[in-house]
Design a protein around this ligand. Structure first.
Ligand code: ADP
Ligand code: MG
Length: 360
């Protein structure tokens, strides 16, 4: 196997007496986009500071392309990393000067700076923004410039710590799509921290679940979100059914999406052949003994695999050829006489399914 670009091993980190991180191994491969996902306080920012060599762990080793980090090489290697934070800090003046500032202090020759600037302007479509003053930018534009300023440095690894959490939802979505497009195009190695599962789905090739300073699970997005190994974690982060599918048909706003050859009818946007993720909340799934007539477009026959009491409702885990979670009241559970191994119909309205586009 190839040597990972970055690898941390046996990391333990304390703040005063408190153990904040306890991690066996985390690795990042060349060109990969990895998401570190976990609730607030789980240690994501601390882990990112350690991985980006800004903070030294209390114990443990870090390797960059197989080379062990030590006092001597740490600063030199760190120069190849960029960490983006929630709030960008700019100096007053023009957008352009802010973007090239990092290259100037790295003493990159003027010709090279102009070349890279040209590339970045075209890559991020900054033609209109480049000569503006920093204080004339909107929040979304600021983050775009922040990204340009990071990418122009051509970092070996780009680290982002919830950089979009201050943006409005609509702007945020746009910036995330833009970021996704660019890191794919540049094959930029990226580590992105978030507590938002939609961001995780959009940006991660792979996800690392962090909880109370420990890595609970790691793998492809749909695997980690659908089969969380830790029940408490699943509840905490509000994991829903997340399914990977492909758009097979489109009539206006009605999409037909294939998930392991099961066809979902969904209201949303997207193009034929496009890969999407479907998000389904357990409270939006109906359970029925027979397939009823009516306006609900999606019905799947599934076998009950688990019934878990969850507060005032019961959580039902179904296997419909894909995993599906439903909540029903205790009364309905008794009325329907549900038990493990029984087959029931699960219904979901076309408007209840959330479509997350991943692009072609
Ligand atoms: P996250 O980014 O997932 O929200 P953090 O890495 O910021 O989590 O924090 C993890 C834990 O470490 C929290 O309990 C937090 O209070 C604590 N912590 C973070 N930074 C410091 C610090 N500089 N000194 C003491 N405790 C800290
Ligand atoms: Mg944080």
């Amino acid at each position: 196997m190839d040597i990972p670009k970055l690898e941390i091993k046996n990391i333990i980190h304390f703040y005063e007496e408190k153990k904040i991180l306890d991690i066996n191994r985390v690795y990042i491969n060349e060109g990969e986009s990895v998401v570190i996902f976990g609730p607030n306080g789980s240690g994501k920012s601390t882990l990112l500071r350690i991985m980006s060599l800004i903070e030294k762990p209390s114990k443990g080793e870090i390797y960059f392309k197989g080379e062990k980090i030590n006092k001597k090489n740490s600063l030199n290697i760190r120069r190849n990393f960029v960490l983006l934070l929630q709030k960008p800090i700019f100096f007053r003046g023009k957008v352009k000067d802010n973007i090239i500032y990092g290259l100037k202090i790295r003493k990159i020759p003027g010709k090279e700076i102009q070349l890279r600037l040209k590339k970045i302007i075209s890559l991020l479509s900054l033609e209109k923004l480049i000569d503006r003053r920093i204080d004339e930018l909107s929040g979304g534009e600021e983050q775009k410039i922040n990204l340009a300023r990071a990418l122009i440095l051509q970092p070996e690894i780009l680290f982002l710590d919830e950089p979009f959490s201050f943006l409005d939802a609509s702007v945020k979505e746009e910036v995330i799509y833009e970021l996704r497009r660019i890191i794919k195009k540049l094959k930029q190695t990226t580590v992105f921290v978030t507590h938002d599962w939609e961001e995780a789905v959009l940006l991660g090739d792979r996800v690392i679940l962090l909880y109370e300073g420990k890595v609970y699970q790691e793998g492809p997005i749909e695997e980690v979100f659908n089969k969380p190994k830790h029940k408490m974690l699943a509840k905490l982060v509000g994991v829903e059914t997340i399914l990977k599918g492909i758009i097979k048909n489109r009539e206006g706003k009605l999409l037909k999406i294939s998930v392991n050859n099961n066809i979902f009818q969904v209201i949303g946007d997207g193009e034929l052949g496009e890969e999407v993720f479907l998000g389904i909340k357990p409270e939006e799934v109906f359970i029925s003994k027979n397939r009823p007539e009516g306006s609900v477009r999606n019905w799947f026959l599934g076998e009950i695999e688990e019934i878990i009491p969850s507060g005032r409702v019961m959580e039902i885990k179904l296997n419909c050829g894909f995993p599906l979670k439903a909540f029903i009241t205790k009364a309905s559970c008794e009325e329907l006489n549900l038990n493990i191994g029984k087959k029931v119909w699960a219904g979901i309205k076309a408007t209840s399914i959330h479509v997350i586009k991943k692009g072609k």
